[in-house]
Design a protein around this ligand. Sequence first.
Ligand code: SF4
Length: 344
Amino acid sequence: MIEGTYDALELTLSDWEILFEALGEPKFRASQVCQWIYSKKEFNYHSMSNLSKTLREKLSNNILMSLPIMLRQQVSKDGTKKYLWSLNDGAKIESVILNHGGHKTACISSQAGCPLGCIFCRTGANGFKRNLTRGEILGQFLMMEKINGADINNVVFMGMGEPLLNEDNVFSAIRSLNDKRMRNLGARHITISTSGIVPGIKDLADFEIPIRLSLSLHAPNDELRSKLMPVNKNYPLQSLLYALRRYRERTGERITIEYALIDRVNDSPEYAYETAALLDGLEPYINLIPFNPIPSRPDLQRSEQSRIKAFCNALTELKIEFELRKERGTDIMAACGQLAGSQQ
Ligand code: SF4
């Protein structure tokens, strides 16, 4: 065996090929092992029945199979499932599965905590621990498929953390999810949700896999957005819009804009008009989210129904495509950071 400690989910397909070559095994063993792990969710080398007994022994003795340990599973009345995981170093992260008409969407974390401190976010209020490795990102997805005994149809990087601040590991995990010889999840079923990291959006526009992009906007001018999302001071709207237009031109993909409606903060019809003007020419699809209050900011509350209605009417009048998102999993606190936050 070649020297060093290896962990299965940290290995790309070409890493596996190099390993098998060093073991004097044919390259196709790499695809065989990846099929077991990514397709059949078989994490025990001894059960990989198309490998020789000697090879299974070698793998089991030399290549770790680290997976997140499930600390808690909560199931909402609407079928939303939320998971709290513990990683090797004790860091706690969350993932969620949403069910829409038989389709499953996984919302997974890319960092333990988050350094960006958006004022409306519980994860941000709990601070930043570290980036997740590619294996820790993939482990959430594969464990949820294993536990539920069913394939997940879509994945969104919208759990804890900012995925474009952990770009190398997130992109590496996406390559393995998309690879036909690994998980074979279509590019259009993978979405990165960002708070607006401009260099990352530029890289995404050039990324070889045309995955989807969602932007958490929440305010249409720099003054308000910088108050809600301090990241806006580093990447103000003008630079952000430039990066979004470039992404749109290069990929042809429509961008989803997330906008949480916070009572009397960003929910007047004037903000709807300003948002429409800001995004003019981008043909966005807007997701309006009724805000989920967090304990550390009792001053921020969910918009009243009448204000939500007025905001929606303004967008309709402007012929902007939008959806008022149906809330899911509120009885189990399914907004990001709420379960890990409650454990600290
Ligand atoms: S909303 Fe997203 S980017 Fe902002 S603090 Fe929370 S996890 Fe980080």
